[in-house]
Design a protein around this ligand. Structure first.
Ligand SMILES: [Zn+2]
Ligand SMILES: [Zn+2]
Length: 542
């Protein structure tokens, strides 16, 4: 950050204010077109001279200036005796007339007045040097990612920084701002936090920003809910080892969920033990039994579902097992001398009912309704969304995988059959070939044509099949497309993930690599409009 601030601007540029064209006259012009200050303009009119003739006239002598504008943030010349530049003087008079300010408050008004917007300038004057550097640095990082920044939003943000008199942009609470400004502010804050921190430093904290660790943007893993110090430390070390091995958009959320399971164990120890479970070597099987009993009680009293109880046991069993493997129970380590019987056995994990009952996959009737609703979807959300929905239904791929398809994802085999080239992010298999029907291929070709028409110059290798909205700079990279604009099938309830199981009326091709149907747990078709596409989101252009 210091280096960045020391480098300074590449070139100094002045715009917004024009000075009188009479040689040596420091006063600002009244109207840019006339190129003369108010007094000289008056003089020219009196002499009846044309504009180019006036500066050479013997009566055109320079006048004394009024000095710099008295407003703290302003670097313009004052245009009158009040000591304000023209735009600010106008603002002062307006506010005075409206009774918003009084003459006695003039000094304070000058100190706190917001900058005057002009041209393409954003005024940083009045901000702490560190804040200025942080904003500039954040903007540079944003540009590097191809995002466009609205001048107006940046000005609003700077004005807020000025009135809040902040010493760093990290102290601005993004959630209190208007929705359209949050993305800009969070991007700037992320850039600054990423610049100043190494992964090692981040992992020593109790709340991790996983962007520092190469996972997503604006995601955190919060360990503060684990109250037992030794357990928090052990889980933190386990997550530190686990996170690099995880892929996909949900890795952070999944590990945060594991941390939540450890919170429940921590809470159980704190509540039922006299020493609150602070000493790992005093623990044993009895504590595990107490924990399991507590879970059972919470399920019976309706606080948690049976699935959650089972998942908690399963995940904790795994965490405790895996924490032992890298030696966290050795002397000097967080779980030092933790007895071996402080573990969840296989028999301790309550069994869940089998998954393959009817209701897990979408029934044929529901699927029929979905297919019928496609024209309505097209009306509401456009052709791109319809194409994406069609692909989801035909291929059974995950929404993220469809969103991240490259523009040139369609290939033709020697026998004329089409194949979709996609990446299976869960299994980390890039370039997977998925046979598709000619109808699906037509959908892809249609989408290719629409995308190509929107981005005629982007190389095919950098273009996504479903690119982001124009102007965000996110239209070109396939990697950017999966995180915007939640699109819902007309009138829908949420389910965790959708996939379509081949039914009689399904158009899905016979294909072995599609995921098994995992519709909403209830799986029941609510009246026609209440169907869900996904809990994730897709992005396409408007
Ligand atoms: Zn002048
Ligand atoms: Zn001014």
């Amino acid at each position: 950050m210091e280096e960045f601030a020391a480098a300074g601007p590449v070139r100094a540029k002045r715009c917004g204010e024009a000075i009188c064209s009479v040689d040596g006259c420091p006063r600002p012009v009244r109207v840019r077109r006339l190129e003369l200050c108010y007094t000289h303009e008056h003089q020219r009119k009196r002499l009846g001279l044309r504009l180019p003739e006036f500066p050479g006239h013997p009566e055109a002598a320079p006048l004394p200036g009024f000095g710099r504008c008295r407003a703290g943030v302003c670097d313009r010349q004052a245009h009158g005796r009040r000591g304000l530049c023209r735009p600010r003087d106008v603002r002062w008079r307006e506010q005075r007339r409206a009774g918003q300010v009084s003459g006695a408050g003039f000094g304070d008004w000058c100190r706190t007045a917001a900058p005057v917007a002009s041209g393409h300038q954003v005024i940083f004057r009045g901000l702490a040097p560190r804040v200025q550097a942080e904003v500039l640095f954040g903007l540079r990082e944003r540009c590097r990612h191809g995002a466009l920044t609205s001048l107006c939003e940046l000005r609003i943000f700077c004005r807020r920084l000025l009135t809040g008199n902040v010493s760093t942009i990290m102290s601005v609470e993004a959630s209190q701002l208007a929705r359209q400004q949050r993305r800009l502010i969070r991007d700037l804050q992320d850039a600054v936090s990423l610049a100043g921190i190494s992964p090692g430093q981040e992992q020593r904290r109790d709340i991790w920003n996983t962007a520092v660790l190469g996972h997503g943007r604006r995601r955190v893993i919060d360990f503060t809910g684990i109250s037992r110090h030794w357990l928090r430390e052990a889980v933190r070390q386990w997550v530190a080892e686990e996170l690099p091995t995880r892929r996909g958009d949900h890795a952070t959320a999944i590990l945060q969920d594991h941390v939540r399971r450890a919170e429940e164990l921590s809470a159980s120890l704190r509540l039922h033990r006299d020493d609150h479970g602070d000493d790992p070597c005093a623990l044993g099987r009895a504590d595990i039994i107490a924990f399991l009993a507590r879970l059972k009680h919470r399920e019976a009293s309706g606080h948690i579902s049976s699935w959650r109880r089972s998942a908690t046991c399963r995940r904790l069993a795994m965490i405790l097992r895996e924490c032992r493997a890298p030696g966290l129970t050795r002397p000097g380590q967080p779980m030092a001398r933790l007895p071996g019987d402080f573990a969840i056995r296989r028999d301790d994990i309550p069994q869940q009912p089998a998954d393959d009952e009817p209701g897990r996959a979408l029934p044929a009737g529901v699927l029929g309704q979905l297919i019928e609703a496609l024209p309505a979807l097209e009306q509401v959300s456009g052709l791109n969304i319809r194409a994406a929905a069609g692909l989801l239904m035909d291929t059974g791929r995950r929404p993220t995988e469809i969103c991240k398809l490259g523009w040139d994802c369609l290939d033709q085999d020697s026998d004329g059959k089409h194949a979709l080239i996609c990446t299976d992010f869960k299994a980390n298999k890039a370039g997977r070939r998925l046979p598709v029907t000619d109808e699906t291929a037509k959908v892809v070709i249609g989408q290719q044509q629409r995308t190509r028409a929107r981005y005629p110059d982007t190389p095919a290798s950098e273009l996504a099949l479903f690119p982001g909205p124009p102007g965000t700079g996110r239209g070109s990279g396939p990697s950017w497309t999966a995180s915007q604009l939640p699109i819902t099938v007309p009138g829908s309830t949420r389910s965790r993930r959708c996939a379509w199981r081949t039914g009689a009326s399904s158009t899905r091709p016979p294909c072995s690599s599609t995921p098994a149907g995992t519709a909403s747990p209830s799986g029941t078709p609510t009246p026609a409009p209440q169907l869900t596409c996904s809990g994730t989101s897709w992005v396409t252009g408007p």
